[in-house]
Design a protein around this ligand. Structure first.
Ligand code: NAD
Length: 356
């Protein structure tokens, strides 16, 4: 066994079907909270399930304007409302946008507002102490335990309506956390197990879900994978893939899960010669007769996800600028970060070619 350091975040996770109807009220009690503010994106269907299941006296209100990349003005507006209704807990119901807003409320209140996360996508933010926030189009990220939700309640039933494309792209977003964890310098044997289990669970579930969105067993496998992959993201530092997606999402306003889906095979191919052991383990999950990069590309493309930056609306003339940003600030990565090679990676992603 090679030497390692393992970083674990405190986590209380309740996983199952129908869990949100009972567990959320119990968790509020456990946390000693009496005034819950439900935060969600403008789509309120899943949040209303929680609202209807909670005893009326525990609900302080609902704020349904959670927005991608946690804009600071939205947080300020939500905080004002939280203070008006004397909220002591934010229940995030939705994807990374809802979870991000609850994290921001916890941060702004110095941890006074507790959090229960009820995730309905596979983004994995609920398992991390990372908060990304945006102001005037610039996104900054910080890590602090203050933003880590006290409890995660996974309810498979709340994921059954996740649309087809979001199901696949959000699943690929989760897989990206695990792929980068496998070659991170801080990867411990336990994180490796979680990363491989997460990739395997999602690689099995996504093709089934692309044919049958309401398949509960596959939904359950995908949600479990989201948790293990999110835990990997929370435990180690991310490399080239996440940095590129951060740049493309933040500076070129491209959608989060879709960008992860398009970039992942190409970032994987870029790192393959320098992370052979990790890549061999990923390739094995895909049957062993494709590379890790090809397995990831096929998983997305064959199940109806977008596979080129062109499709996502990226402008070809912006590729050079994106390569400049990616090469400029140094960060740990298995393969050296060379501008011309990064530009080629981005060109391949722009055209959506299958990695060799
Ligand atoms: P999202 O939360 O914006 O959700 C996308 C859309 O899906 C929304 O319109 C939402 O209403 C809808 N939706 C969510 N669940 C649904 C369901 N079950 N059925 C039907 N529709 C549903 O997108 P996301 O990809 O989950 O999250 C992206 C955000 O999360 C970004 O801001 C990203 O930066 C952040 N993120 C943060 C971390 C972290 O650790 N801090 C990790 C991953 C993602």
């Amino acid at each position: 066994m090679r030497p390692f350091v393992h970083n674990a975040l405190p986590a209380r996770v309740i996983f199952g079907s129908g869990t949100s109807k009972t567990a959320v009220a119990e968790e509020l009690k456990r946390l000693g909270c009496k005034r819950a503010l439900i935060v969600t994106a403008p789509r309120k269907d899943e949040a209303e399930v929680i609202l209807n299941a909670l005893p009326k006296e525990l609900v302080a209100g609902m704020y349904a304007n959670a927005t991608m990349h946690t804009p600071e003005d939205v947080t300020a507006d939500a905080l004002k409302y939280a203070e008006e209704v004397s909220a002591d807990c934010a229940i995030a119901v939705g994807g990374g946008s809802a979870v991000g807003l609850a994290k921001a409320l916890a941060l702004q209140s110095n941890g006074r507002i507790k959090q229960i996360a009820v995730p309905t996508t596979y983004a994995g933010s609920e398992a991390t102490s990372i908060l990304g926030q945006s102001k005037d189009g610039v996104k900054t990220t910080q890590r602090t335990l203050t933003v880590l939700p006290q409890t995660i309640v996974y309810d498979v039933d709340l994921t059954l309506e996740l649309p087809a494309q979001m199901t696949i792209t959000s699943g690929m977003n989760a897989i990206a956390h695990a792929v980068e964890a496998l070659y991170a310098t801080e990867c411990s044997p336990l994180i490796e197990v979680m990363a491989l289990q997460g990739i395997e669970s999602l690689a099995k579930a996504l093709p089934i879900l692309s044919q049958d969105l309401k398949n509960k067993e596959a939904r359950s496998d995908a949600l479990y994978g989201a948790w293990t992959c999110g835990t990997c993201l929370g435990a180690v530092n991310m490399s080239l893939h996440h940095k590129l997606c951060h740049t493309l999402g933040g500076s070129f306003d491209l959608p989060h899960a879709e960008v992860h889906t398009v970039i992942l095979p190409h970032a994987t191919a870029y790192n393959t010669p320098y992370a052979k052991e990790a890549m061999a383990k990923i390739a094995k999950i895909f049957g062993g007769n494709v590379t890790a990069a090809q397995g990831l590309y096929d998983l997305a493309k064959n199940n109806g996800a977008p596979y080129s930056l062109k499709e996502l609306g990226m402008k070809e003339e912006d590729l050079e600028k994106a390569a400049d940003i990616a090469a400029k600030s140094p960060y740990p990565n298995p393969a050296p970060l060379e501008r011309e090679k990064l530009l080629q990676l981005l060109r391949n992603a722009y055209e959506g070619v299958r990695p060799e």
